[in-house]
Design a protein around this ligand. Structure first.
Ligand SMILES: O=C(O)[C@H](CS(=O)(=O)O)OP(=O)(O)O
Length: 235
């Protein structure tokens, strides 16, 4: 039987989807899932995602670095923020990180109960597509959005996956088809396409252009972060 792919455009719509038999791909292009992908690709041991800031901060110890971001800014008292470039540093190799962000780690929490949860970003687009092709499960892409609202960049990633997988995995309803159309309009210059996107404007105010451009670069890493017993590790 042909596998199917669906797209949940905001975590607020999760109640509409049955995840227990699906592989859920959580995506938060700016910037949580781009950071998670980068971190594991650069040798970080594992990432423990938290929806609540206080739970993340409580992990700070000899064993854990803490990464906390709210509204685009690093949380005071945390070791790390939400820029992928922070996760390329040698001193983090082999370390464990407790991680919380405004949208991305909330989307992971809302995906609880899925048969499997993996992390997608443009940085590991082909690796995720191949992983889904090899797997037996139907797929749900969960877009983290922004505080419950839909955003363009996560939808574009969902569309890119649908486009790559179109010969093998069937769209379940209109959301994957819409995402695919959007991606096909944007793909030649995603940076230009997103120049007026709300998240881009928000991050641009914080002068994070380098992050925006990096997070839109496909296939930098051949890793797929997968949630195992509450920890994101390499598949
Ligand atoms: O730091 C980010 O990229 C965003 C900040 S916000 O959404 O603009 O507040 O957080 P994320 O959870 O990665 O969307």
């Amino acid at each position: 039987m042909t596998k199917t792919i669906d797209v949940c455009l905001s975590p607020e719509l999760m109640h509409l989807y049955n995840v227990h038999d699906r592989t859920v791909v959580v995506v938060d292009i700016f910037r949580a899932t781009s950071c998670m992908t980068t971190a594991l690709a650069h040798g970080i041991h594992s990432i423990k995602p938290f929806a609540r800031l206080e739970d993340c901060i409580a992990m700070k110890s000899d064993e854990y670095y803490t990464a906390g971001e709210r509204d685009g800014k690093k949380v005071e008292g945390c070791d790390l923020g939400n820029s992928p470039f922070e996760y390329m540093e040698d001193y983090l190799k082999g370390k464990k990180i407790a991680f919380t962000t405004t949208n991305g780690t909330q989307a992971i929490a809302k995906s609880e109960g899925a048969r499997e949860i993996i992390i997608g970003s443009f940085l590991n687009l082909s690796a995720v597509a191949n992983y889904l092709l090899d797997g037996a499960n139907n797929v749900l892409v969960v877009c983290a959005g922004w505080k419950g609202k839909v955003n363009q960049e996560d939808t574009l990633f969902a569309g890119a996956l649908v486009e790559i997988l179109k010969e093998h995995i069937e769209p379940d309803c209109d959301a994957p088809v819409m995402a695919q159309h959007l991606y096909n309009q944007a793909k030649t210059d995603m940076m230009h396409f997103l120049k007026d996107a709300s998240h881009v404007r928000r991050l641009a105010k914080l002068n994070i252009y380098k992050d925006i451009s990096f997070c839109l670069t496909p296939d930098q890493y051949d890793v797929v972060p997968v949630l195992k017993d509450g920890f994101l590790v390499k598949a």
